[in-house]
Design a protein around this ligand. Structure first.
Ligand code: IPE
Ligand code: IPE
Ligand code: MG
Length: 251
């Protein structure tokens, strides 16, 4: 069933979809394979989902690739994830560019090797003027880190006399988060069966609709994404209003 054939539409299609791609390790372990092969299979699923979103007019797709806490994993796995990130950037950037996709990496990039940081900058610069899908990859990202770096930069601006404490508002904080130029996520999806945020976009998810699926990330495909979008489209988002108020606003 295609998303457009759904009749009950409370909501238009989501502009911004944010996904926690979880379950690579378990997918591999179930097949008696090393976890690293799960991450490789995960990259294939990423390609398909990016392609689908680019074609179907999603404005922003944010993918959680490596959290601030993932450094706690065994060194071998961390190394492999870094290598895979670098290799994937290298092999995919031209294709993203050809498809008019803008790439944006969010997270504390200072922890990455200089080589990887340079690759990230180059990939972002190459695709910066593309007006199709914005693909956000969260790497060494944590929602708490994001809010912390915003507070640090706001404090600095106050210290330098560029801002006064009374200038701090929700809008101002938004402008200092690494997602400042993006619409808030409409739909949050987590694969792999866990039902938690794991320090993803904490501030930004305040009014996002959540969708959890047991499907492990390497098996996540267009059908699962369409199910999530259908679920999203049939929900009533109230933003604090009553349901009756929302119905009146729609009229
Ligand atoms: C998500 O899959 C990918 C990363 C966190 C890098 P996991 O590696 O967390 O897979 P599980 O949860 O162990 O199955
Ligand atoms: C969250 O997955 C981070 C990514 C998918 C990159 P984890 O598998 O690391 O989350 P926890 O540890 O189970 O909460
Ligand atoms: Mg996991």
């Amino acid at each position: 069933m295609s998303v457009d054939s759904v009749l009950i539409t409370e909501n238009p299609n989501p502009r911004h979809i944010a996904i926690i791609m979880d379950g690579n390790g378990r997918w591999a372990q179930k097949r008696l394979m090393p976890r690293v092969l799960g991450h490789h299979a995960g990259v294939k699923a990423v390609r398909k989902i990016v392609e689908y979103c680019a074609k179907s007019g999603v404005e922003v797709l944010s993918l959680f690739a490596f959290s601030s806490e993932n450094w706690r994993r065994p060194q071998d796995e961390v190394n492999l994830l870094m290598d895979l990130f670098m290799a994937t950037l290298q092999s995919e950037v031209d294709k993203l560019d050809d498809n008019n996709i803008r790439l944006k990496i969010i997270g504390d990039k200072s922890a990455f090797s200089e080589k990887l940081q340079a690759k990230i900058l180059a990939a972002e610069a190459q695709t910066a003027n593309n007006a199709g899908l914005t693909l956000v990859i969260a790497a060494n990202y944590g929602g708490r880190w994001d809010i912390t770096q915003a507070l640090q930069r706001i404090s600095l601006a106050i210290q330098q006399g560029e801002l006064a404490p009374q200038d701090i508002s929700e809008q101002l904080i938004n402008q200092y988060l690494v997602t400042a130029d993006l619409p808030e996520p409409d739909l949050f999806i987590r694969s792999g069966g866990e039902e938690r945020i794991s320090n993803f976009l904490l501030w930004q998810l305040a009014y996002t609709e959540f969708y959890f699926t047991d499907v492990l990330w390497p098996e996540f495909d267009q059908d699962v994404l369409e199910q999530a979008i259908i679920s999203f489209k049939t929900r009533q988002r109230r933003f604090g209003h009553t349901g009756e108020q929302m119905n009146q606003l729609k009229r």
